[in-house]
Design a protein around this ligand. Structure first.
Ligand SMILES: [Zn+2]
Ligand SMILES: [Zn+2]
Length: 75
């Protein structure tokens, strides 16, 4: 997976969300990546937050809206 790249599709099978296109993933803004902050303990045991970059799990790094919670998958 290329860093900062986007995948064209979320998988090998047909996907209506991928086919539909035109709508950016609301979680990553269409980039396919998100930057959450994660807690990390340093050597002294103090908690701090570090910014990490991960492929967006909500759209499978496609940058396209893939959230079926909104309702049924549009035909
Ligand atoms: Zn898809
Ligand atoms: Zn996303």
């Amino acid at each position: 997976m290329p860093v900062n790249g986007r995948r064209d599709r979320c998988g090998d099978g047909p996907c209506r969300w991928c086919d539909r296109g035109g709508r950016d993933c609301r979680f990553c803004g269409g980039t396919g990546w998100w930057r959450p902050e994660k807690p990390e303990r340093d050597a002294a045991g103090a908690l701090r937050w570090v910014r990490v970059e991960e492929p967006c799990r909500m759209c499978a790094n496609t940058g396209r809206e893939h959230n079926p919670l909104e309702g049924s998958v549009p035909a």
